[in-house]
Design a binder for this molecule. Structure first.
Ligand code: SF4
Length: 702
C-alpha cells in the first residue's frame, strides 16, 4: 500500500559532477505518505543515456536536510539566520568600507568550474564592473590551466578535445597519459572499449594500476612527475626510427627542427633512470603510435598537476604533431576535463588574465571590445590579476581584505592547505555562496544559499567542447536563489543595476554570445532554442546557420600563420619537484575515486556515495608496507615538510613500491593537500599536486 504511486513528476536536468555532463531525469514519485526520488539517464550525443554511480545518486545532495536555505551571518562565532535584505545591506556596508579605506583591489573574487557558463561570465563581469577589482580567479586554475596553456601555445587555442567523442572508437592507437577515466568520467569508457574491440592498441601512462589501465595493452608505470621525460623518450624513438610525418611537419608546424635537435641530444639511459620506465617499453609505445595510421592522445591531471605541467602536456602534443596525427579523421588530442563545466568556465572571463571569449585582458583591442559590450570605458576595466593560489598569498599578506567566493572549497582544495586556512582566517570579510557549510564556508562572515544543478538553469560546455542546455525545472526551496540572481542583486545594491539587469539565465547567455563573438571560443551562433532542438553544439559556432565545429585544425591551426608550434621540453622542471630523501623516502601522488567529486562537499552528503568510500585511504604496495611495519586497513600517519595527515592503509600490488596514493576528497586531518607544496608551474600557475615526498608510519606506535 505504502509503495503505491499517486503522482509522478519528471525533471529534466544534467549531472552536476564530471565533464561528461550526462543528461538525466529526476523522477519524483508521490506515494500515500511520502515522496521518493530516483535519477535515470536520458539519451544524448555524449553519454547516450548512461550514468555512473555519482549520476544515479546525484539527487541525494540537493534534497539533503543540511542544504542552506537562507542567508546566514556569523555573530559571536555562530551562524544566525538573516533576511536577504539584511544580507545585501551587510555586503554593501563592508564593500564600501573596505574599498574606501584600501582601494578597489582590496576585494577579490574566487570562482568555480562547476557553475554555468552564464554564471562564469557574470562572475567575471561582477568582479570587474561591480567591484572594479583586478583580483579574480577560480578553482579551474588547479585543474585545467596546464592543458589550456599547452594547447594555446601549441595550437593557438584551447578547446579541450580537438575532435568529438564519436571518433574515438575508430582510431587505431590511443595514449592515455595520467588519466583514470574509468573512475573519474566512467560514461566515457564505452568509447575506449569500443576502440579496443575494433583493434586499437591502448597505451596507459600512470604510476599505478587503475580501473583505466586494465584496458591498456601496454602500461608505462612511470615515476610520479616524470611525464615530460617519458614523452622525450617516446619522441626520441619516433625520430630514430623515422616515424616522422615530414610533409605534415614542413607544411603545418613551426619549431620541429629545434625539437628534433634537442631530443636527439638526450640519452636514453638518463630518461630510463628519470622515468623508471624500461627502454623497451618506450620503444613499444613509440612504434605502435608511429606505425598505426591513426591515433589520439589524451592527458589529464596526472600529467598536468605538476610544476612543469604545461610543458609536459606540450611534449605530448609534440609527439602528436611529429607523426602528423591531428587535424585528420580519427586523429587528435583530448584534455580530459575534470569539473562539470571545466571547459566552459575557463572561456568566459573568470581567469585573472582573460576576458570573455578567451580574449586577453592585456590586449587593447580585446579590452575595447569587452568594455563596449559592458558599456564601460576601457580605462575603467581592471588590468590582469593573479592566479588562485597567489590570491590566497595576497590574503595572507593583508593586501586582499575581503573575498567573494562562489561554489568552491579552496580551504581544502589548494596546496599547502594549512597555510590556506590561516590565510582565510585573516580575512575581514568573507562571503561564500554555497549549498552547504563547506570547510571554507565555515570560515565565512556571511553564507548565501546557492542553488543546485536541479534548480539552476544555464549552459554547460562538456568534455568535447559541446555546449549543452541544462534546464531547471525544480523549484528553489526556502530563500535559495539562483547563483546568477545572487550576483545581480549584489551588483544592484552596489549601484550597478544598469549593468546587471538580467531577468533570466537566457538573457545573460545572449550577452555572453555577443561578448564571445569574434573571440576564440565563439558562441555567437548558439541560442537556447537551438540547444533544445540540436541537443548540444560544439564551439566555435559563429552564426545561426553554423552547425558548430566537430573537428578542429583540419586546414589550419589557430596561430596567426595557421601553423602549430613545437618547442623542446626539458626532462627537468624549472621549478624543482619534490625529491625523495632519507627523511621523506616515498613519493606521494593524489587523485580521485569514483564515488566522490572534488573536495566532497556534495558527494559526502550522499548516503549512497559515502557508503562506498566514507573515509580517505593510502594505497600502498604490500612490500613497502612490510618495510614500514604497516598492516592492511591500519591507520597510518603520512608526513611531508608541509604537514601530516592520518588515513587508513589499503594494499595494492598495482602501485609502484616507491609511491603511495591518497585521494583528495576529504578535509581536516584526512586532507592530503596539507602535504602538498605551494610551488607553481610558472607557465600557468598550476600547483604540483601530483608529486610530494613523504614519510609514513603506523599511527599508533607499537
Ligand atoms: Fe556522467 Fe560524470 Fe555524472 Fe557520472 S559523474 S553520471 S560520468 S556526468
Amino acid at each position: 500500500q505504502q509503495k503505491q504511486v499517486e503522482t509522478e513528476r519528471i525533471y529534466n536536468t544534467q549531472c552536476p559532477y564530471c565533464s561528461m555532463q550526462c543528461k538525466m531525469q529526476l523522477v519524483e514519485q508521490t506515494h500515500v505518505k511520502r515522496k521518493t526520488y530516483k535519477t535515470i539517464g536520458t539519451d544524448n550525443p555524449t553519454s547516450q543515456g548512461r550514468l555512473c554511480i555519482k549520476g544515479m545518486n546525484a539527487h541525494q545532495h540537493p534534497l539533503h536536510k543540511d542544504r542552506i536555505q537562507y542567508p546566514l551571518l556569523k555573530v559571536n562565532g555562530e551562524f544566525v539566520k538573516i533576511s536577504w535584505k539584511e544580507a545585501l545591506h551587510y555586503i554593501k556596508e563592508n564593500v564600501t568600507e573596505i574599498q574606501e579605506k584600501n582601494g578597489a583591489d582590496a576585494l577579490g573574487v574566487y570562482g568555480s568550474a562547476s557553475i554555468t557558463n552564464e554564471e562564469a561570465y557574470l562572475l567575471g563581469k561582477f568582479a570587474r564592473v561591480a567591484l572594479k577589482t583586478k583580483y579574480i580567479d577560480y578553482n579551474g586554475r588547479l585543474c585545467m590551466s596546464a592543458a589550456a596553456s599547452a594547447a594555446s601555445k601549441t595550437f593557438g587555442m584551447d578547446r579541450g578535445f580537438t575532435n568529438s567523442l564519436q571518433e574515438i572508437p575508430f582510431t587505431e592507437c590511443i595514449m592515455l597519459a595520467g588519466t583514470n577515466i574509468a573512475e573519474c568520467q566512467p560514461t566515457i569508457m564505452p568509447y575506449f572499449e569500443k576502440a579496443k574491440e575494433n583493434g586499437a592498441f591502448i597505451i596507459a601512462i600512470d604510476p599505478r594500476e587503475t580501473a583505466t589501465t586494465k584496458i591498456a595493452d601496454l602500461h608505462l608505470k612511470l615515476k610520479p612527475g616524470s611525464d615530460a621525460a617519458l614523452a622525450n623518450g617516446i619522441l626520441k624513438v619516433l625520430i630514430e626510427e623515422n616515424y616522422l610525418d615530414e610533409r605534415f611537419l614542413q607544411e603545418r608546424v613551426n619549431g620541429f627542427e629545434e625539437v628534433i635537435q634537442y631530443v636527439a641530444s638526450l640519452e636514453f639511459n638518463i630518461i630510463e633512470e628519470i622515468t623508471g620506465v624500461p627502454l623497451e617499453e618506450m620503444y613499444q609505445a613509440a612504434r605502435m603510435f608511429g606505425q598505426r595510421k591513426t591515433g589520439m592522445i589524451f592527458t589529464a591531471r596526472g600529467v598536468e598537476q605538476q610544476t612543469d605541467g604545461s610543458a609536459a602536456v606540450q611534449n605530448f602534443l609534440n609527439i602528436l604533431l611529429s607523426v602528423g596525427k591531428i587535424g585528420k579523421p580519427r586523429c587528435g588530442y583530448g584534455a580530459i576535463t575534470g569539473q562539470g563545466n571545466g571547459q566552459g568556465a575557463r572561456e568566459h572571463g573568470q581567469k585573472a588574465d582573460q576576458l570573455p571569449g578567451y580574449r586577453s585582458i592585456e590586449n587593447h583591442e580585446h579590452r575595447m571590445y569587452i568594455a563596449d559590450v559592458w558599456n564601460i570605458e576601457e580605462k575603467d576595466l581592471p588590468r590582469k590579476g593573479v592566479s588562485a593560489y597567489e590570491m590566497i598569498e595576497k590574503i595572507h599578506d593583508g593586501e586582499i581584505k575581503g573575498l567573494f567566493l562562489m561554489c568552491s572549497n579552496p580551504a581544502v582544495s589548494n596546496p599547502n592547505a594549512n597555510f590556506v586556512k590561516k590565510a582565510f582566517e585573516k580575512l575581514e570579510f568573507l562571503v561564500v555562496a554555497d549549498m552547504f557549510e563547506s570547510e571554507t564556508a565555515k570560515l565565512a562572515n556571511l553564507i548565501l544559499p546557492a542553488s543546485s544543478y536541479l534548480e539552476d538553469e544555464g549552459t554547460m560546455t562538456n568534455i568535447e567542447g559541446r555546449v549543452t542546455l541544462r534546464e531547471a525545472s525544480f523549484p528553489c526551496h526556502g530563500e535559495i536563489k539562483h547563483d546568477w540572481e545572487i550576483l545581480c542583486e549584489i551588483a544592484k545594491v552596489l549601484g550597478k543595476e544598469e549593468h546587471f539587469s538580467f531577468a533570466s539565465a537566457e538573457e545573460i547567455f545572449n550577452e555572453l554570445r555577443i561578448a564571445s563573438k569574434g573571440g576564440i571560443a565563439d558562441y555567437s551562433g548558439i541560442t537556447y532554442e537551438r540547444l533544445r532542438e540540436e541537443k548540444g553544439i560544439l564551439w566555435p559556432c559563429r552564426s545561426l546557420t553554423d552547425k558548430g565545429t566537430e573537428r578542429l585544425f583540419e586546414t589550419r591551426f589557430a596561430h596567426s600563420d595557421g601553423k602549430a608550434m613545437m618547442v623542446p621540453v626539458s626532462n627537468q622542471a624549472i621549478v624543482p619537484k619534490a625529491k625523495i630523501t632519507e627523511k621523506y623516502p616515498l613519493y606521494l601522488t593524489t587523485g580521485r575515486v569514483m564515488s566522490h567529486y572534488l573536495t566532497g562537499v556534495q558527494t559526502r552528503k550522499s548516503a549512497s556515495l559515502s557508503a562506498r568510500n566514507f573515509e580517505s585511504f593510502m594505497e600502498i604496495h604490500p612490500s613497502t608496507a612490510k618495510k614500514y611495519e604497516i598492516s592492511n586497513q591500519e591507520l597510518v600517519q603520512i608526513e611531508s615538510s608541509y604537514g601530516r595527515i592520518v588515513v587508513r592503509s589499503k594494499f595494492s600490488e598495482g602501485i609502484r613500491p616507491d609511491t603511495v596514493f591518497v585521494p583528495f576528497h576529504w578535509a581536516d586531518s584526512q586532507n592530503v593537500n596539507n602535504l602538498v607544496s605551494e610551488k607553481l608551474d610558472p607557465a600557468c600557475k598550476m600547483p604540483g599536486f601530483k608529486v610530494s615526498a613523504v614519510n609514513i608510519s603506523p599511527s599508533v606506535k607499537r
